[in-house]
Design a protein. Structure first.
Length: 292
């Protein structure tokens, strides 16, 4: 199946995380602060960071990125076990505005494993698959999202490494949740996979300690997982969490994601594991529709 307008089509993957949004377009990677906030007039127009964004979309106005994090009056980021909400949609649209001028986009996004039902996937797709017009920092862009894959976070990271039929346990540590995924012969074992309701930034005392998060993960997984299982750790805190996980699961390593591009395999930092896996899945599904 082909289209006649390859030059205006693009495959993009976006991980709309609660702390940072990550994007992958081939070897191009981007990440920025996830915060979204209501707009208010700022007489001094102070700059708070490199991710400052003032946006307008469907008659609404707001702040995004570092600007939203500082200038928010009613909270700056929505946490939870689902990304089926307006704030996640805005993170995705801001990522697209920052990184593409394409007219048509084929997109891969993620959602925590436990809440990714068919209904949730359809809701996320319906909010994205259409024409969008968004202005950011005075720059207006229009694009059409043609189709969307919604991948299970954690499981998506499996597709960022060479395929294996062996049992793999994936620990995907995020700011709002931890996805604990078991994969055998490339398929998720549902009874041994779940999403926690805690993450690095959900403690009322501030950022959780790596030891405390690792202890919670080990406590939650040790009922089903064996100490000798192969464990892969991904996410922004992977490097500080992995040593504590390895104290219990000796066969633990951090994933180094591999991006499949027409120019060969490119490597990325662990924080991009999910979005790289999403991109690789999207390449499989959509590559015959675009010029890559």
């Amino acid at each position: 199946m082909t289209t006649t307008n390859h030059a205006f089509n693009q495959i993009i993957a976006i991980d709309a995380g609660n702390n940072e949004v990550k994007l992958c377009i081939g070897s191009k990677l981007d990440k920025f602060c996830s915060a979204i906030a209501d707009w208010h007039r700022r007489p001094q127009q102070e700059q708070h960071g490199p991710d400052d964004m003032e946006w307008e979309y469907q008659g609404m106005k707001g702040f995004g990125g570092t600007l939203a994090k500082i200038e928010s009056e009613f909270g700056s980021s929505m946490y939870g076990v689902s990304k089926n909400h307006f704030e996640a949609t805005m993170r995705i649209l801001l990522a697209l505005h920052r990184n593409t001028n394409e007219k048509e986009v084929y997109l891969a996004v993620g959602n925590p494993y436990d809440s990714l039902t068919k209904e949730v996937a359809m809701d996320i797709k319906s909010s994205l698959i259409k024409s969008h017009e968004i202005k950011v920092n005075g720059s207006l862009k229009k694009f059409v999202i043609k189709d969307v894959i919604v991948a299970a976070e954690g499981a998506a990271a499996f597709h960022s490494i060479p395929y294996t039929t062996e049992l793999v346990r994936i620990i995907d540590v995020g700011s709002g949740t931890v996805n604990l995924i078991s994969i055998l012969r490339g398929r998720i074992i549902d009874i041994e996979s779940f999403t926690t309701d805690y993450g690095m930034l959900t403690s009322k005392y501030g950022e959780a300690s790596p030891f405390a998060i690792a202890r919670g993960i080990i406590g939650d997984t040790s009922k089903k997982w064996k100490k000798e299982d192969k464990v892969k750790v991904v996410g922004g805190p992977a490097e500080i969490i992995a040593p504590f996980i390895k104290n219990h699961y000796g066969n633990t390593e951090i994933i180094t994601p591999q991006i499949w591009t027409p120019d060969g395999i490119k490597f990325a930092p662990p924080i991009f594991s999910n979005v790289v896996g999403m991109y690789n899945l999207a390449m499989k599904k959509f590559s015959d529709l675009v010029q890559v």
